[in-house]
Design a binder for this molecule. Structure first.
Ligand SMILES: C[C@](O)(CO)[C@H](O)COP(=O)(O)OP(=O)(O)OC[C@H]1O[C@@H](n2ccc(N)nc2=O)[C@H](O)[C@@H]1O
Ligand SMILES: Nc1ncnc2c1ncn2[C@@H]1O[C@H](COP(=O)(O)OP(=O)(O)OP(=O)(O)O)[C@@H](O)[C@H]1O
Length: 289
């Protein structure tokens, strides 16, 4: 028996860091949404009691460092599962890009194995388990649009944002999330208006969404990698309605209302960037599989 599960990327429409916590993590307030850019995770039962990862991407580990492996391992251990699984990951989401690719693969593995192994866990229980793997995994279990607080694992559902295009561009660099958080000084930065972003989404007001995008990690990554600022400038020049870095970067996305401008930004950025995509948001939370 085989199961094919979609693992979509996320973007942070706003990302605020309130303070550093005693456990070393940072207290955050993030408005996140899933987009129609997804890895495909195929799960197959194995006769042997083992976890096997197949990925044909040289940047993706095929052992216990893979977040999908960790998801399977956690379920096996917690629920005493004596079955094996092969996990084949077809990557489309750029790696180490601020788009939660690994976290989404882990979340898809949790959802899929819940079915394949007949564990009967609720989405809330899967999200709770996901938080043990990484801060973005809980959000990825649900997908859709949400406010994420705590270290990112406390999820409150939000309605779908106004419809628009998302053009994503990733420069030829990878970013370490841990390093970006380490370099951040939450006291000295300009904080986005999280409540304003939530209101804009609830009122389905595209202009208000655009004027409330903000990410406190942007300054840190821009300082490390000036090419991120260049991409932002280019997107603005090509007519984006809003431009922001996602997560800890380095991927930059624009929100664009009109098709013609979407094409202009997409074509303008290709050749200049490692990977460029034009996609839609997935909108509300819905059954992903
Ligand atoms: C930047 C974001 O992707 C935005 O959605 C997330 O905040 C990071 O989520 P993630 O990659 O799943 O993060 P984790 O794997 O849990 O943590 C990676 C590292 O980032 C730092 N980290 C992460 C989340 C958080 N709230 N505070 C932190 O300081 C920690 O140093 C941690 O060791
Ligand atoms: N399934 C996976 N897909 C991609 N990378 C993975 C996976 N599992 C583990 N990794 C490791 O995690 C690192 C970060 O990858 P990922 O693509 O998840 O980053 P990210 O998009 O920046 O994450 P986030 O936005 O959650 O901070 C990679 O360099 C890779 O070594």
């Amino acid at each position: 028996m085989k199961l094919l599960i979609k693992a979509p990327a996320k973007i942070n429409l706003s990302l605020d860091v309130l303070h550093k916590r005693p456990d070393g993590y940072h207290e955050v307030e993030m408005v996140m949404t899933t987009i129609d850019l997804a890895d495909r995770v195929e799960l197959g039962l194995l006769d042997r009691d083992t976890i096997r990862i197949n990925s044909h991407n040289r940047f993706v580990p095929d052992d216990q460092r893979n977040l999908a492996y960790q998801a399977a391992s956690l379920l096996k251990e917690r629920f005493n599962v004596k079955k094996g699984v092969s996990i084949t990951i077809e990557k489309t989401i750029p790696v180490a890009a601020g788009l939660a690719g690994g976290s989404s693969d882990a979340a898809a593995t949790l959802r899929g194995l819940n079915k394949l192994w007949g564990l009967g866990l609720t989405m809330d229980e899967l999200a709770q388990l996901g938080s043990e793997i990484g801060s973005d995994v809980s959000f990825c279990v649900y997908g859709g649009t949400a406010l994420a607080t705590g270290r990112g694992e406390v999820i409150q559902e939000l309605p779908a944002p106004p419809t628009c295009w998302i053009v994503l561009a990733k420069p030829f660099i990878g970013v370490s999330t841990a390093e970006v958080y380490r370099r951040l000084k939450p006291e000295g930065v300009h904080h986005p208006d999280t409540k304003g972003m939530i209101k804009a989404i609830e009122e389905n007001d595209f202009k208000m969404v655009c004027s409330n995008v903000g990410n406190v990690l942007e300054e840190v990554t821009l300082e490390l990698h000036p090419e991120v600022a260049q991409i932002k400038d280019q997107m603005k020049r090509f007519g984006a309605d809003a431009v922001l870095m996602s997560g800890s970067g380095p991927t930059v996305f624009s929100l664009v209302e009109h098709d013609s401008r979407m094409h202009r930004i997409y074509n303008g950025l290709r050749g200049f960037c490692d990977q460029v995509f034009a996609v839609r948001m997935l909108g509300e939370r819905h059954t992903l599989d």
